[in-house]
Design a protein around this ligand. Structure first.
Ligand SMILES: Nc1ncnc2c1ncn2[C@@H]1O[C@H](COP(=O)(O)OP(=O)(O)OP(=O)(O)O)[C@@H](O)[C@H]1O
Ligand SMILES: [Mg+2]
Length: 248
């Protein structure tokens, strides 16, 4: 079972879009996927138009959870919305609080991939996700990010290593919101590749209106606009992730 977190401290960089479309992409390739919505905003659950009282918050507190089937081979755990914020406060007072998710999912079987869609903050839930996952995918938007943004990302990775007490954490950077017409996008991409080398996905997610529209329709990009650039980019990313998994 591969366990991936889609995480960065910066808001609106395409985390949920990536989590949803990678999860569905992998399941369309015949993999069995569990998507965990770890964000009180519940954007991943909302995209699939589902809701459950027994979400991640309940799982962490009581061990009881609803695993909702959202597509063939694709399952989702809702975040629990605001309850997740309360859990954070309660967990904060307990021992081994950073390993609660790992413990809760210890007996999870029959799943090829677990994908965690994370909130843009460094909270206890994200620390739990990091302790549980073996790879982190960090989407970085190419529209507003400059040198400063790349530096921030390095800092975040250091923080993550420190928080999880893992010396090496396998991270991969995903360029998102790429617009080839703008100089800034092109320059930032060159720079990100220079800085992070083969830690950057070959696939680049371009700006695409269909990607913005799909969640409003409760659809993934493959359903909403299967011939769009967005669908093409996420098909490609799915392929890259699949081939990456084969190498391990
Ligand atoms: N490549 C893209 N082109 C155009 N719009 C996009 C693209 N990727 C995501 N979006 C849109 O941009 C907005 C932010 O994306 P998304 O919700 O995936 O980011 P996020 O990192 O999960 O945000 P948050 O930090 O709030 O959780 C959404 O409206 C989404 O539909
Ligand atoms: Mg999100």
């Amino acid at each position: 079972m591969k366990r991936y977190a889609i995480m960065t401290m910066k808001g609106g960089t395409g985390k949920t879009t990536t989590a949803v479309n990678v999860a569905h992409g992998l399941s369309l390739s015949g993999q069995k996927v569990l998507l965990i919505d770890c964000d009180p905003q519940r954007n991943a659950a909302v995209t699939f138009g589902v809701e459950s009282e027994k979400g991640l918050a309940a799982l962490l507190m009581t061990g009881d959870v609803d695993i909702l089937q959202v597509r063939d081979n694709c399952f989702l755990i809702d975040s629990g919305g605001r309850n997740l914020l309360e859990v954070e406060l309660i967990l904060g007072r307990q021992e081994k609080r950073e390993y609660r998710l790992q413990k809760a999912l210890m007996h999870l079987k029959g799943c090829d991939y677990v994908i965690c869609d994370c909130p843009p903050s460094m909270n206890l839930i994200n620390v739990n996700v990091l302790a549980f996952c073996d790879k982190i995918f960090i989407p970085i938007a190419m529209d507003y990010l400059s040198q400063v943004g790349a530096e921030q990302t390095m800092k975040v990775i250091d923080e993550i290593k420190w928080l999880t007490q893992k010396d090496s954490i396998d991270f991969h950077i995903l360029p998102t919101f790429y617009d080839s017409r703008t100089r800034i996008s092109r320059e930032v991409l060159v720079q990100i590749r220079e800085w992070f080398g083969d830690k950057v996905f070959k696939t680049v997610i371009r700006i695409n209106t269909a990607l913005r529209e799909a969640p409003g329709d409760n659809k993934t990009i493959y359903e909403h606009a299967p011939l769009s650039r967005g669908a093409f980019d996420y098909y490609k990313l799915t392929e890259e992730i699949l081939s990456m998994s084969e190498k391990v």
